[in-house]
Design a protein around this ligand. Structure first.
Ligand code: ADP
Length: 252
């Protein structure tokens, strides 16, 4: 071993330790700020439906017993807002869960064609919606995390149904060890300037149209973090008034 003078060694080490410490602190600060922002956004999103429910219950208390029209309107609004809150809380739980179990995969052999067929069958029945599946082969078996993949596809199918009222197409394929699944709709589309931001938490293209469709702006950010944990990517192509295609690619 080469002998390093004590004074010099400790100075170098202190320098390195100081830099590492500063880098760790600034990372912690950034994470903390992100958490704070997330909490603020989540509370804000929950506040709106709660205020509406409060308003309608006050109206019910005052006039509900005498006026059947008010009674009906209030019941519908309270029901609608409760559903919004339920959906939002479900998504917030997904975000929290995803932040906690980053990277933990439960891999098994999955036939992508059967998985997609099983997912769309109940949707076709319950939403009376045409959903077509086209695959590169009758069976496309991958080793991946079935639960995460289902969660991811549910978000994409849910969006395709929310933002279009026509048929939806699913394309499944595999090439060079990568599987791709595309969910394509012919709905309202996304403006070009909004495309780069749709993966941000709570980002919504147009707040007024979300009020009707009940979106929270969390779906695609959850989808992106799931696909990243699968080692894959997600891409959105869209033309306003023509439709949207979301493609996920992951190791197969
Ligand atoms: P949300 O839960 O509000 O739908 P997402 O994160 O899933 O939030 O989507 C973010 C934004 O992207 C939304 O504002 C929505 O307007 C837009 N968007 C997502 N998918 C589609 C789609 N298939 N067609 C049109 N717009 C979409």
């Amino acid at each position: 071993f080469k002998k390093i003078p004590l004074e010099k060694k400790s100075k170098d080490e202190l320098g390195v330790m100081g830099e590492t410490f500063n880098a760790m602190m600034s990372q912690l600060e950034t994470n903390f700020e992100k958490q704070q922002q997330f909490l603020a956004d989540a509370s804000h999103e929950l506040k709106t439906p709660i205020t509406i429910v409060e308003g309608y219950t006050n109206m019910l208390k005052r006039w509900g017993a005498k006026n059947p029209d008010i009674l009906q309107e209030a019941i519908e609004a309270i029901h609608h807002e409760s559903q919004r809150m339920r959906d939002l809380i479900q998504q917030l739980l997904l975000v929290a869960k995803d932040d906690l179990d980053q990277g933990e995969l439960n891999k098994e052999r999955v036939d992508l064609v059967t998985l997609c067929q099983n997912m769309v069958k109940p949707l076709i029945r319950s939403h009376e919606r045409g959903i077509n599946i086209a695959a590169g082969s009758d069976q496309l078996v991958c080793t991946t995390d079935r639960g995460k993949l289902e969660q991811l596809l549910r978000i994409l199918l849910d969006n395709a149904m929310k933002y279009s009222d026509k048929e939806i197409d699913l394309f499944i394929d595999r090439q060079d060890g990568m599987a791709t699944i595309t969910v394509a709709d012919s709905g309202i589309g996304i403006p070009k300037e909004d495309l780069p931001r749709v993966f941000e938490r709570f980002y919504r293209v147009d707040k007024s149209r979300q009020r009707k469709t009940g979106g929270s702006g969390l779906g695609l950010s959850i989808a992106q973090s799931i696909v990243t944990s699968l080692g894959g990517t997600i891409e959105v192509e869209s033309n306003i008034g023509e439709g949207t295609r979301v493609t996920i690619a992951f190791p197969c």
